[in-house]
Design a binder for this molecule. Structure first.
Ligand SMILES: Cc1ncc(COP(=O)(O)O)c(C=O)c1O
Length: 442
């Protein structure tokens, strides 16, 4: 009998973030909306947008058409040269990001967007190797600088963050506040204050930038509302550039074009990095959006940035079609409304399941369900970042039943495509209810 496509994969491909000998994932052959089609003919409802990136669902016709049209016209222009589609996308991004008058540098994805944002910030600050402050329980990518920036237990031993002048502070994790307060607002402010204390300890003239996820992140922190405005004020007071890593939170994931916007224009960052939703994952692309003020400080400098394929026209065409689809289909607002509805449904689940310690998020179609061994003491089901066996079994069962959920440690992360139908989402939450009852009831 001929080997299946899955067997060919296992025999030839290394996959990311898994143990090769234990690789056992589905092989996808197609998709439509929030559904994925597998090689064995089964359909999977995608509640994670794959890696929280297929915000427009799978095989969105406008994206497919845009890539097709661009390929017909022009596949590639080197990054130092001009490409009309790239400039059109940059103009759209400057418009929706609130950084009008700035500039956009296109990358291949999120990690190199963050690397280039750090380079640009250091150039603008005239601190070629200036300090950068990031936080624990963050994720900024798996390149070496990305790992150094990330407060991610899985990769910390692989890189010497100090050598790259990257320093970490405790996160605004209100459910287990590292500053010992039970008030989310106070926790958010204390976390911002910890960044300020970090800058003061290093010296504001030696600190080039602070990089933070304003809302959704793959390590499951959702900062309280007090965090970002305080962080903006404290970094501005010290003349340190603030980089918003919106790789996951951008393009409607948190109910706004960019998550920081929920705090109002006075709290705009100096640089924004984005990827994932930028093309709805139809082609690889990231971007660094630079404010007008930062641009003014680098416009006469040589920029030592970029990889050969940065700002690839095929990807930019997908990006332009994606931005227009978010706008024309009202998906940013839809995420806000459906996200609030999803959040309320998840809170109802919390009432029924003792294993749910907290549900957070809900500003858009993004929520984190944190599982605990004891709701009163908040004892985790397994020490971070281990996945508890009961959750691993729940996830396996979900997939076997045709439901794909993202998870990390003790967390179930819900991040469906913004185009998911409400009844599909309702059905998924009902199934999650049954799965929790089966695997985690006590
Ligand atoms: C907040 C954040 N930043 C950066 C990255 C890295 O992006 P990429 O995998 O495209 O390099 C991710 C990926 O999950 C992310 O969630």
């Amino acid at each position: 009998m001929a080997a299946s496509a899955t067997q060919h994969e296992a025999d030839s491909v290394l996959h990311s973030w898994c143990v090769p000998a234990a690789w056992d994932a589905p092989t996808v052959v197609g998709g439509e909306g929030a559904w994925l089609l597998l090689e064995d003919g089964r359909r999977i409802l995608d509640l994670s947008s794959l890696s929280e990136c297929s915000l427009l669902g799978h095989q969105h016709p406008r994206l497919v058409q845009a890539i097709r049209d661009q390929a017909q016209q022009l596949c590639f222009v080197t990054n130092p040269w001009g490409a009309r589609v790239r400039a059109e996308l940059a103009q759209e991004l400057l418009e929706v990001s609130g950084l009008r008058g700035g500039r956009v540098f296109f990358t291949l994805g999120g990690a190199d967007a963050n690397e280039n944002a750090i380079k640009i910030a250091r150039l603008a600050q005239e601190q070629p190797q200036g300090a950068v402050i990031a936080r624990d329980r963050s994720y900024h990518g798996a390149s070496y600088m990305g790992m150094a920036l990330s407060g991610d237990a899985r990769v910390q031993a692989l890189v010497d963050a100090d050598a790259l002048n990257v320093h970490h502070v405790p996160p605004p994790y209100a459910y287990r506040c590292p500053f010992g307060t039970s008030s989310p607002e106070a926790c958010g402010k204390a976390a911002a204050q910890a960044v300020a204390a970090g800058i003061d300890a290093i010296g504001s003239r030696q600190t080039a930038a602070v990089i933070m996820e304003p809302n959704a992140g793959s390590n499951g922190i959702v900062p309280p509302g007090s965090f970002w405005p305080a962080l903006r004020r404290l970094t501005r007071d010290r003349g340190v550039l603030l980089i918003a890593d919106e790789v996951m939170s951008g393009f409607g994931r948190c109910g706004q074009w960019f998550a920081w916007q929920q705090h109002g224009p006075q709290h705009a960052p100096d640089l924004i990095t984005c990827a994932k939703g930028l093309t709805g994952a139809a082609a690889p692309l990231g971007a660094v959006i630079v404010s007008a003020a930062v641009y003014a400080r680098i416009e006469r400098r040589m920029l030592p940035i970029g990889l050969t394929y940065c700002g690839h026209p095929l990807s930019c065409a997908a990006g332009l079609a994606a931005v227009r689809a978010y706008r024309d289909e009202g998906l940013i607002e839809r995420s806000r409304q459906l996200g609030a509805w999803m959040f309320e449904r998840l809170q109802r689940l919390q009432e029924r399941h003792q294993a749910i310690g907290e549900v957070r998020g809900g500003d858009g179609l993004f929520a984190v369900v944190e599982l605990v061994a004891d709701r009163v003491t908040r004892a985790p089901l397994a020490p971070w970042p281990q996945t508890p066996p009961a959750l691993a079994a729940l996830l396996r069962d979900a997939l076997a039943q045709g439901l794909s959920l993202a998870s990390r440690g003790n967390l179930i992360i819900l991040a469906p495509p913004l185009v998911i139908a409400q009844d599909e989402l309702a059905d998924a939450i009902e199934r999650l209810d049954a799965l929790l009852a089966h695997h985690l009831s006590r």
